[in-house]
Design a protein around this ligand. Structure first.
Ligand SMILES: [Zn+2]
Ligand SMILES: [Zn+2]
Length: 377
């Protein structure tokens, strides 16, 4: 199959975005494609709504893995595409349709041109939540095919096609959701002494949370606490019995994440004591950092610089975004890089239209890289 056909595959997948662990049609589409490939070197295992595919090498010494995510987002699509989402209220707005098309492109290349090492392709569900990487790693399907190194990419709207960006070490932040529920005592607006006002308690907490970043985090480290939503009370002349804060925490080190959570817990205890209310904290869904293996990343960057004059390498900074690919990197050396898909709209935007020429760029780059990598050792 010609490489340009992978843009068509991306369009097909774009029409059927599904939320995490419900990627049923997506899985079926991928399996139908895999069935049409020559089967001699292929082994396929299913894991929930995900798929693991192994391509036998010609003289394997190790297993090299490539991971793609599969899920879409609960967003109403606003692109100008003729191939818009057929799933009302869902959209591939994070490029996972692009990622899957690239993975199939690579897989097809290596079925036709096997290298010495074994290759493992991971089609991982639920990247956007609740997180598929960690449970996939814990599954026996993965354990029995455990790779020696692992790689992935993510589309980047801000870079032109033909550009990639990465760095050794920390690339994406540690992330955690934050939900705080405060319960006090409601009452008449004119009798505040007979109630415990959770709008006031919640407001104090929001302000105090900002002091964690300002006063507890090393200024040379980085962290963010954003409270994106507050809900409380029922009516303008009733003292609020309940308030709920919803936010997110991002840090560049696992230590800072533990420290921030510890401080939040102390502050919430203080609010409970000070306002005579009860409070609960829920951290919801969170991902560990994406930490690129220094040696592999530096070697890759050198190789791109010297061997790939069709690709422009950007030495980027770390970002406060989250990615559950980071879990694989806690146990298996590898890295993730950004793939330029130049579009004015950011990730998770209802109008994002990544440039499909980047699919071919990625397939061409990573197929050469794996071929090169397999010859090193
Ligand atoms: Zn996303
Ligand atoms: Zn994504």
């Amino acid at each position: 199959m010609a490489i340009s056909s992978f843009a068509q595959i991306r369009r097909d997948l774009h029409q059927i975005p599904e939320p995490g662990f419900q990627e049923v049609k997506t899985q079926k589409y991928l399996l139908d494609y895999l069935e049409k490939l020559p089967q001699e070197r292929l082994q396929i295992k299913l894991w929930r709504t995900g798929i693991l595919v192994k391509i036998a090498g010609t003289a394997p010494k190790r297993t090299i893995a490539w991971r793609t995510d599969m899920d879409g987002l609960p967003i109403v699509e606003e692109t100008s595409y003729p191939f818009r989402s057929l799933h009302e209220g869902y959209m591939h707005a994070c490029g996972h349709d692009m990622h899957m098309a690239i993975a199939l492109g690579l897989l097809t290349h290596f079925v036709q041109n096997p290298i010495a090492d074994d290759l493992l392709f991971l089609f991982q569900p639920a990247e956007e939540g609740p997180g598929g990487a960690l449970p996939m790693m814990e599954g026996e399907e993965f354990a029995s095919w455990r790779p020696d190194c692992i790689f992935a990419l993510h589309i980047a709207p801000e870079y032109p096609v033909g550009h990639i960006a990465t760095k050794p070490g920390i690339l994406f932040a540690n992330t955690s959701e934050l939900f705080v529920d405060l319960v006090g005592k409601g009452g008449h607006a004119a009798f505040p002494h007979k109630a415990n006002d959770m709008v006031v308690a919640g407001s104090h907490l929001v302000t105090q949370l900002q002091s964690v970043i300002a006063r507890n985090i090393d200024p040379l480290d980085s962290a963010v606490i954003t409270v994106g939503k507050i809900e409380g009370g029922t009516k303008q002349n009733i003292i609020a019995e309940r308030a709920r804060l919803e936010g997110t925490i991002r840090t560049f080190s696992m230590e800072s994440m533990a420290l921030v959570k510890g401080r939040i817990e102390s502050l919430v205890k203080g609010i409970e004591a000070g306002f005579e209310c009860s409070a609960t904290i829920d951290y919801g869904c969170g991902y560990c950092q994406v930490y690129n293996n220094e040696q592999l990343t530096n070697d890759f960057m050198d190789w791109v610089q010297h061997e790939c004059n069709d690709v422009t390498l950007v030495h980027c900074k770390e970002a406060m975004t989250g990615e559950d690919f980071g879990y694989f990197l806690t146990e298996i050396p590898g890295f993730l890089f950004w793939l330029g898909v130049q579009t004015p709209y950011g990730l998770h935007h209802a109008k994002i239209e990544p440039n499909e020429d980047a699919i071919e760029v990625a397939i061409h780059l990573v197929s050469r890289y794996f071929t090169w990598l397999s010859k090193q050792s």
